[in-house]
Design a protein around this ligand. Structure first.
Ligand code: HEM
Ligand SMILES: Nc1nc2c(c(=O)[nH]1)N[C@H]1C(S)=C(S)[C@@H](COP(=O)(O)O)O[C@H]1N2
Ligand SMILES: [Mo]
Length: 417
């Protein structure tokens, strides 16, 4: 007596599904997957929305990359002051909205993987192979992005390098995929149909595939499905965008940060204690200004620094992780400090923090940011000395800078010629 081998059963039943067009059918030509949701029109609409979203994320992501590490040919402007806040806010918000769309799209198209044989021509084989980097890259992007904004990074590679590589791979594969699918998508573009046509099912594809006719099944119909998916995306946006758009802050239930919660009323990623700065001895603290761009070195103690002409300005901190907060800062313009040290037409400044541990110990000011009178070495926020976690005794705050470049606990300005 032999038991049926479960592996054989699966294999045997899979052999029964052949393909008509891109649809898996059995010998009688009946579609294997009967839900009306596995159809080309839905796949096309979701694909178009995803394509648009990926393009927006790619553009804003590349801007963020360039703003943080500008190559020689690129300069990130100091104005408008809130630009990075907007581009990075869009990046993270649109990225989150893509998650429900991505999984909906995968669900709509997965039966195509069961159509046999997998490919009938070299071109089709290429196109199908391309799905590997396309789907793999897209999932990697949203998973690493989502983890990163929640400060959860269990993967073995540096986030930025991995996320950037995934972006190029995904977008490259997406361009080819979208080009190959352009005709199908165009055929399913939304348009008004004459009443006589409205009742007829989706026309068969040119290859003669019998597209499964929408039935009134127990499950969701097409409109219900689209509504559910887009509503989920909208909810993801509404429940996070308050981390950067203050009027919606009370709704930011899914966001890791609320712009109004933290010492002095705004958030902190990295505390003073976490970089080993438990207390600062103000009598011994000095700000040092040196480098090839000044006569210096010049050293100022805290009282001398406070005695210099100060300026007050309202500027955001816009974290790369998508949260932001706008506060009113008071401090000494960096360009005045540099002039005091005897500047010779400086090209830029490296701003350094006093802690020895952890990353993000320095940032760069280029000429445009250095020349901006709102680029401050801030001593106060909202009229109070900075809280230790906000960079006491002095922090950099400048217009249109990624949050990581708003260096806290500054004690050294190195001026370059
Ligand atoms: C859930 C979705 C996503 C989230 C939450 C997210 C989040 C982030 C964050 C926080 C950064 C800044 C990292 C840093 O500078 O430390 C970033 C950078 C970036 N993202 Fe995304 N992202 C998502 C999806 C995408 C997608 C779909 C693309 C598409 C191409 C993309 C492309 C990029 C690029 C090119 C960068 C710049 C990387 C670098 O600085 O080297 N992201 N993303
Ligand atoms: N010296 C130093 N400055 C720093 C950081 C840091 O880790 N060390 N974090 C940066 C980041 S990522 C942001 S978004 C802003 C605000 O960070 P916070 O929330 O930790 O204050 O400060 C920046 N300045
Ligand atoms: Mo940040």
């Amino acid at each position: 007596m032999t038991r049926p081998d479960p592996g054989r059963v699966v294999r045997a039943s899979r052999e029964r599904w052949t393909r008509a067009g891109s649809v898996a059918v059995d010998r009688a030509g009946t579609p294997r997957f009967r839900s009306p949701l596995h159809d080309d029109a839905l796949a096309s609409w979701l694909g178009a929305a995803l394509g648009l979203g990926f393009a927006v994320c790619f553009a804003t992501g590349l801007l963020s990359h360039l703003a943080q590490d500008p190559p020689a040919w690129f300069s990130w402007p100091a104005r408008p002051a809130g630009l990075y806040r907007v581009t990075q806010g869009i990046h993270v918000t649109v990225g989150l909205a893509l998650i429900p769309l991505l999984f909906a799209k995968l669900w709509v198209v997965y039966p195509k993987l069961f159509a046999w044989p997998l490919a009938r021509s070299g071109a089709e084989a290429m196109h199908r192979l391309l799905l590997l980097p396309l789907i793999g890259g897209a999932i990697l992007l949203v998973v690493t992005g989502l983890g990163n904004i929640h400060l959860y990074r269990p993967w073995p590679f540096p986030f930025r390098a991995g996320h950037l590589a995934a972006a190029w791979i995904t977008v490259g594969a997406l361009v080819v995929h979208a080009t190959a699918q352009a005709r199908t998508t165009w055929r399913h573009r939304p348009r008004r149909r004459p009443a006589s046509e409205a009742a007829t099912p989706t026309p068969a594809s040119p290859s003669g595939a019998p597209t499964p006719a929408p039935r009134s099944s127990a499950g969701l119909d097409r409109r219900g499905f689209v509504t559910t998916v887009f509503a989920t995306s909208a909810a993801a946006v509404l429940l996070t965008v308050g981390q950067t758009y203050a009027p919606l802050r009370r709704l930011a239930l899914l966001a890791p940060r609320r712009p109004d919660v933290g010492p002095q009323g705004f958030p902190v990623n990295r505390t003073a204690a976490s970089v080993g700065l438990t207390s600062v001895d103000l009598e011994r603290w000095r700000l040092r200004i040196d480098g090839s761009g000044v006569d210096g070195p010049l050293e100022l103690d805290y009282h001398q620094l406070r005695a210099l002409p100060r300026r007050t300005t309202t500027l955001p901190i816009a974290c790369v992780e998508g949260w932001s907060t706008t506060q009113t800062w008071t401090g000494v313009p960096v360009r005045d400090l540099v002039a005091l040290a005897g500047a010779h037409d400086p090209a830029g400044v490296t701003v350094r923090a006093m802690h020895r541990s952890a990353r993000q110990r320095s940032s760069e000011l280029d000429r445009a940011q250095l020349d901006d009178r709102d680029t401050l070495l801030a001593l106060e926020v909202n009229g109070e000395p900075l809280h230790p976690d906000h960079g006491f005794p002095a922090r950099l705050i400048g217009p249109n800078r990624p949050g990581v470049a708003q260096t806290k606990w500054v004690d050294h300005l190195e001026v370059h010629r």
